[in-house]
Design a binder for this molecule. Structure first.
Ligand code: ATP
Ligand code: MG
Length: 683
């Protein structure tokens, strides 16, 4: 036992050994929060707690895997059972596979991604921007507002349209037995809420619950946790209010602030020693975050040495910036530094291109985390769609994507004909194609299409049967033989790279089936749909990624580019300066030894080259003289009527300071939104 606790300081030990009742570990960046709950997991198992009764929730699969490895390094991996370590979404998935029938749905549902979601919405014909509709639907769902309620309460034209789309979208999902990312949590919560017996029995299964990065949980996640604590209150959460960076996605900082109200008799332990960064880096981070009003306030001291000065790099434009950073990285690698310990961060994705080019030119191996992901490439989505239909022949969303790939002469009109015929018969299209004799199909869609569609249906059915038989190691070869997707792509003009990707995917599939014997097609599909940005890190190359994707990670050498007003902090519509500052804090605290913050005087963006001012964050962190004007008094007062470009007219019901600006709470026809004063005008 001593061995397990050996590396920890006093407060960390106390946190590990406090195992009864609710516990909040509240601490700044790099204080060993993740290390503490990993050790706590090992400690519980060492005490004799059944590993399977411990649930640890994290934000990425990679984090979950790393925590498992570290815990096992402390106690060995010969355990009587396995602890469950996963993301909230994965937990939802496992739960729904067991209980979704309680909502009258089938357990072989398919998970769709954001891109799929937008395609579905697009098929309902709307002039509103798809991403806005997708976000609003998500907002309704996460507020537990049903489509019917949304339709009934919508007053403004835009919201009437959005609520109509929401209704159509939900119907589409249940008709095709699809589940989107939000559903993984929301449906889980609905089942737990509607059936206290299930809540109780699941809660008894997991006697100990731990959550990392708690500051980024949203309402649903918190409610879920409360349900999981129906039979006990052994919940330990760790978080840092200064690192809450998902407000725009619904994360609710109140979960931390009111933890003691949600879970009564909660103990709080603070960790105050930062083991990650040199003193100079930590001081800059602390100075920056002190400019936020809305924070709990924490004491954070450096354990490490003073370290080197933080470098502030000023360049003429993005090309010079990228070239200089590439040169610096090149020098580090020449000196023997491990590329995996180096990272370049940016606030918005558009800034990555110049760095990518410069690193490519300098022949430095790198990986762009969170760019178009492998699984989102067209050819890979085709295979995934096929596998989804094979797994669930009712999935007509996937069917629509690939029914004509390879070409089978099925255009929009033919598809619609098949669709209405199937509807008329009260069955799915796949079932229809299988059931009807070939002559019948030929009569509906013509000779050529009819024949190939019949062949297609047979092939899918054969593969479906095969997928149920267990051993799937050779499945993908059989798949290619019957469907010929690789073959199809190899004849296209831009096919070469696509074929390479397909080969890679087939390889992945074989590996998965070999490594996890007995794994089903469904499990494979679920696993790849729950991949997140950080899961792509392979540990041999320099990482380039957004600040959001860098959460929880640490790098010996860190470069942050684009430290300019308008880029970091981002200052457009709906931006929250305090959240921007927290992002700045997250960025700086990823650095262990050396930190370079870089800005340019001119940057090419959205087709224009514009002059820029260096970021106010550099001044606030004490790294150079401040540059931005401070607004002292708000131009607005409570009761003012204001107009916003997107949300229309509303009334100011509250004013608060947001760093050096003002944030208004505005009531737009019943919906209250927080908006920076500079984004509305008084009327
Ligand atoms: P973040 O807020 O970024 O998620 P964190 O609080 O989770 O950070 P960890 O990632 O757990 O912090 O730890 C930061 C670094 O400090 C790691 O390299 C870890 O190994 C080291 N560390 C933590 N606690 C100790 C300790 N007691 N002694 C030595 N090193 C420690
Ligand atoms: Mg952490």
């Amino acid at each position: 036992m001593e061995q397990i606790l050996y590396e920890l300081n006093e407060e960390q030990r106390r946190a590990v050994q406090t195992i009864d009742g609710p516990l909040l570990i509240l601490a700044g960046a790099g204080t060993g929060k993740t290390k503490t709950i990993t050790t706590r997991l090992a400690y519980l198992i060492d005490l004799g707690v059944d590993p399977a009764s411990i649930l640890t929730l994290t934000f990425t699969n990679k984090a979950a895997k790393e925590m498992r490895d570290r815990a096992f390094a402390l106690i060995g991996d010969h355990l009587p059972s396995q602890p469950l370590l996963c993301t909230f979404h994965k937990f939802g998935l496992l739960f729904l596979r067991r209980y979704i029938h309680k909502l009258g749905r089938d357990r072989n549902f398919v998970i769709i991604d954001t891109d799929d979601k937008k395609r579905i919405i697009k098929s309902f014909k709307t002039d509103l921007p798809l991403s806005v509709v997708a976000t609003e639907i998500s907002r309704y769902k996460n507020s537990l507002i049903s489509p019917e309620e949304a339709v009934a309460s919508a007053k403004l034209e835009n919201f009437k349209e959005i609520s109509r789309l929401y209704l159509e979208y939900q119907n589409y999902l249940s008709e095709n037995n699809l589940v989107d990312f939000d559903d993984l949590l929301i449906l889980t919560y609905r089942i737990l809420e509607g059936d206290p017996d299930i809540a109780l029995s699941v809660s008894r299964e997991y006697n100990f619950i731990m959550v990392d990065e708690y500051q980024d949980t949203n309402d649903i996640q918190n409610r879920l946790l409360m349900k999981l604590c129906s039979s006990h209150d052994n919940i330990c959460v760790v978080g840092d209010d200064d690192q809450s960076i998902y407000g725009w996605r619904g994360a609710n900082i109140n979960n931390i602030l009111y933890f003691h109200e949600h879970f009564s008799n909660a103990k709080i332990i603070r960790l105050e020693k930062n083991y990650r960064s040199t003193r100079k880096i930590l001081e800059a981070a602390n100075r920056l975050i002190e400019h936020n009003r809305n924070r709990l306030g924490k004491h954070l001291e450096a354990v490490r040495e003073e370290g080197a000065d933080i470098e502030v790099l000023a360049s003429r434009d993005e090309q010079e910036e990228a070239a200089r950073i590439a040169e610096k990285i090149g020098r580090l690698i020449d000196r023997g530094e491990d590329p995996a310990k180096i990272a370049v961060l940016f606030r918005i994705n558009a800034l990555s291109r110049s760095i990518e080019e410069a690193l490519t030119k300098a022949r430095i191996p790198f990986q762009l985390v969170g760019a178009i992901r492998f699984y989102e490439r067209a050819e890979i989505k085709d295979i995934i769609s096929y596998l989804r239909i094979i797994s669930n022949p009712r999935d007509e969303f996937s069917l629509k994507r690939v029914i004509n790939r390879p070409k089978r002469g099925v255009g929009k009109v033919t598809y619609e004909r098949l669709h209405s015929l199937a509807l008329h018969e009260g069955i799915g299209i796949m079932e229809l194609l299988l059931k009807l004799p070939e002559e019948e199909i030929v009569r509906v869609v013509g000779r050529k299409s009819g024949r190939s569609l019949k062949g297609f249906a047979y092939a899918i059915d054969l593969l479906h049967q095969k997928s149920l038989q267990g051993d799937l190691e050779n499945f993908i070869d059989e798949f290619e033989r019957l469907i010929g997707l690789r073959e199809y792509y190899s004849h296209l003009p831009d096919g070469m790279e696509r074929v390479l990707n397909i080969d890679e995917f087939y390889g992945l599939f074989r590996d998965h089936m070999r490594e996890q014997r007995g794994s089903t097609l469904e499990e494979f599909l679920a696993e790849i749909s729950l991949q997140s940005d950080q899961d792509q890190l392979d540990g041999k190359r320099v990482s380039i990624m957004s600040v959001h994707a860098s959460k929880g990670l640490e790098f010996k050498h860190l470069f942050v580019i684009g430290m300019e007003e308008g880029f970091f902090p981002l200052t457009g519509d709906g931006c929250d300066i305090e959240e921007e500052r927290r992002l700045g804090y997250v960025a700086i605290t990823r650095a262990m030894d050396r930190l370079t913050l870089s800005y340019v005087r001119k940057r090419f963006y959205r087709g224009r080259r514009s002059s820029l001012e260096k970021s106010r964050f550099l001044g606030e962190a004490g790294l150079c003289k401040g540059s931005i004007k401070i607004e002292r008094k708000s131009l607005f007062k409570k009761g003012d009527l204001v107009k916003h470009k997107l949300f229309g007219i509303g009334r100011v019901i509250g004013i608060s300071r947001a760093g050096k600006e003002f944030k208004l709470s505005i009531n737009f026809g019943g919906t209250v939104r927080e908006i920076l004063a500079s984004f509305v005008e008084r009327i």
